[in-house]
Write a protein that binds this ligand. Sequence first.
Ligand code: NAP
Ligand code: F7E
Length: 345
Amino acid sequence: MNHEPRRAFVTGITGQDGSYLAELLTGKGYEVHGLMRRSSTFGTRRIEHLCGDDAAGRRPLRLHDGDMSDANCLVRLIREIQPHEVYNLAAQSQVRVSFDQPTYTADVTAIGALRLLEAVRDLQDSVGTPVRYYQASSSEMFGEVAETPQRESTPFHPRSPYGVAKVYAHWITVNYRESYGLHASCGILFNHESPRRGETFVTRKITRAATRIKLGLQEKVLLGNLEARRDWGFAGDFVEAMWLMLQQDDPGDFVVATDETHSVREFCEEAFGRLGLDYRDHVAIDPRYFRPAEVDLMLGDSSRARRRLGWRPRVGFRELVAMMVDADLELARREAETRHADQHR
Ligand code: NAP
Ligand code: F7E
């Protein structure tokens, strides 16, 4: 009997989703190989707990230096690792930043996906091993929405260089599936958050600020458009859908969402409310945080994923906000203690 573990190659391993997916895959016995780009500081904060040896002396997570802008390194790594499954999560994923760095965003988020697909095609051609591929597509592709709720058949009308780059990555993945028979699936994921969410995304910016305000560490938070509506889910739930897509006999594209929408204002109300605060006393509007073109309303219809993958989200909106507020309150408490200790040194 062959006891060789399944191997997964994950780009974006140091990001929010990469960390939850790495936990899911190592928990299922996979040998996980993560692509990590060079940084002048350590970038492994979210996955440190997975980096050691397990009880059997095996190392379930291995990190490899590389970058989505470097085609040669991707080809070399894919040839060396010979993964059974590839998850492409790496991206310049901040929508606001993509307006300031459109060329970089296109290179990493759009052409990066093409480079990785080419590396996978090269492995399939040279070794003959079938590889299953996951592309992190985004609800931002729907942008100026043609219909509500948004489903797999809703036309794309992206509203940012990020959204445009994701449309390219999405269609090139579909094209490689149709042209080369690659088992390639796209998850069209709506916003998903967690205590590990990057601090410049609006949910985490709010929960970090509200908890710091509660403990007297800051007074106000500056935000942009409070009326934008998003379909917010929990990242830990959403990575399960990624894995499920690659376990199907046939590849496909799936909307992954909670099928509920809330405004940024409602998120503020809920987060500050959990701390006994009124957001209106602490939130100020700063035009710097408005975008040249906005996505006003996101609401998913994830019935295909629910029907075909048997997937459903477990964490609802209020639980998500509570989870993020509680984790950030703990972080703010530690910050307050350190500050107090420093002042009395
Ligand atoms: P994230 O936290 O911003 O993580 C992005 C990851 O990509 C990080 O590991 C980052 O590395 C890596 N990366 C960026 N540029 C790179 C490069 N040039 N070469 C190699 N790696 C690079 O994003 P996330 O929220 O986990 O999202 C994961 C994926 O899903 C992204 O593709 C995102 O666009 C997409 N998506 C996210 C959402 C959402 O709501 N979260 C919804 C739909 C789609 P560093 O740690 O070094 O920065
Ligand atoms: O903005 C509004 C902002 O940056 C949400 C990425 O993961 O999800 C994410 O993109 C809304 C927007 O996420 C601030 O204008 C108001 O309408 O948290 P966000 P996003 O742009 O929806 C999609 C699905 C992805 O694929 C992306 O990778 O909140 N907003 N005030 C603000 N947003 C931010 N960041 N900061 C503010 O101060």
